[in-house]
Design a protein around this ligand. Structure first.
Ligand SMILES: Cc1ncc(COP(=O)(O)O)c(C=O)c1O
Length: 399
């Protein structure tokens, strides 16, 4: 007989958060097992296959027995490919020694925070923003400081708002452009202003550019390209979104060499290294044809237009057109209900899985996040269900 005992976890576990997209996905899957039909607009995962030449490269690497431990910082050809790519896209010389290859883009966020943030250090974070930033800052004993992003400023950081929150304990700013969940993109002026603050106040920057290839208009200036910023920036990017490789787990960080050594040491202690044959697939993704990325962006652009257009026709809904990534972030008002209550009703009663804006921070109250990384036909059904569900809620129906 097994006797259940309450496990006393380490105190620090109380500070660790989670990404609620995975929780909503789990609930949606449970509803599906119970026989309900669900439209998935919760998870940030492209509905396109990984390009064939990338899969071929992984198969070739497997056939060549590239199946053993590799160096903790990544295999040299992969570090070289990333260094060349980032040097070209950012216009700054990057050496392979500045690159650490990781299982996805989440690890370099975690490692950089572990390596740079001390107990009590303050970190300025976008709110709404990717929830993992706040979670890991709190986990390492730092203080997450929310900087609200307003719809009036198209959900971009306001330099004055950032500056107002800088204290003698501020250690780092986290940028994410194009942004999850709002799809906002920082302008060249924003980036220059933030770089000024970072230099003036001796701050580190994590620049999470995982959506850098998913842009609908113009470009997404990077703080890494600003004068003097390569010495104080950890660039985070990866293959999950641009090459539809979420399950492969492949990402990277680019940073000053001594921080890269610390990050490699953290990885050595944690996962030892990133899967070797997967790194060969990453090299093929960077060196091979890029048409799959262009095709995906074109599909997301037309879906964005469809979804934003339909949402703006619904009573009580207002939605900006995002400049990048694959999310839309409408303001949705139903008197007396929170975003979470609206999102729960839409999942449980209308069969459409989306996220409450508050899954990304307190400033997300009043908003919902819809992923458009779902086939157009599915999106159309999802939008019909959202319109119907919101009409029911406005008529007074509740869960
Ligand atoms: C802003 C942001 N950063 C990082 C990640 C993590 O990417 P990966 O799946 O490569 O770890 C995500 C995934 O949703 C994201 O939205």
């Amino acid at each position: 007989m097994v006797i259940a005992t309450a496990v006393r976890l380490a105190t620090r576990m109380a500070d660790l958060g989670t990404e609620s997209a995975f929780e909503v996905l789990a609930r949606a899957r449970q509803l599906e097992r119970e026989g309900h039909h669900i439209i998935h607009m919760e998870i940030g995962e492209p509905d396109f296959p990984t390009p064939q030449h990338v899969k071929d490269a992984a198969n070739d690497a497997l056939a060549a027995d590239e199946t053993k431990y590799g160096p903790s910082a990544g295999i040299m050809p992969c570090r070289e490919a990333v260094a060349a790519h980032v040097s070209e896209t950012h216009g700054v010389p990057i050496t392979p020694e500045q690159v650490v290859i990781t299982p996805g883009a989440k690890p370099p966020i975690f490692y950089a925070t572990l390596a740079l943030v001390d107990e009590g250090d303050e970190v300025l974070l976008p709110d709404p923003g990717f929830p993992i930033y706040e979670s890991v800052v709190a986990f390492v004993g730092g203080r997450p400081i929310s900087v609200p992003l307003s719809e009036a400023n198209e959900f971009r950081f306001e330099v004055a708002e950032l500056e107002r929150r800088i204290t003698s304990r501020t250690k780092m700013i986290v940028l994410n452009s194009p942004q999850n969940p709002t799809g906002s993109v920082l302008t060249a002026e924003d980036v220059a202003g933030i770089a000024n603050l970072a230099r003036e106040h001796d701050l580190w920057v994590i620049s999470d550019e995982i959506y850098s290839r998913l842009l609908f208009t113009g470009d997404a200036p990077s703080i890494l390209s600003e004068p003097g910023m390569a010495e104080r920036t950890v660039l985070v990017d990866g293959f999950s979104k641009a090459y539809s490789m979420t399950g492969w787990r492949l990402g990277y960080g680019v940073m000053p060499e001594d921080v890269a050594e610390a990050m490699a040491q953290l990885q050595n202690n944690c996962s030892s290294c990133t899967t070797t044959f997967v790194q060969h697939a990453g090299i093929a993704a960077l060196h091979g044809p890029q048409d799959s990325v262009d095709e995906m962006v074109a599909a997301f652009r037309s879906r964005r237009d469809l979804v934003v257009g339909r949402l703006n026709e619904m009573p009580g809904v207002h939605c900006l057109s995002p400049h990048g990534a694959f999310y839309v972030f409408p303001r949705v008002e139903v008197p007396g209900l929170t975003s979470k209550e609206i999102a729960d009703y839409l999942l449980e009663r209308s069969g459409v899985a989306i996220l409450a804006g508050t899954a990304f921070g307190a400033a997300g109250e009043g908003y919902l996040r819809l992923s458009i990384a779902t086939a157009t036909e599915q999106l159309e059904v999802g939008l019909d269900r959202i319109a119907q569900g919101l009409a029911e809620l406005r008529a007074g129906q509740r869960l």
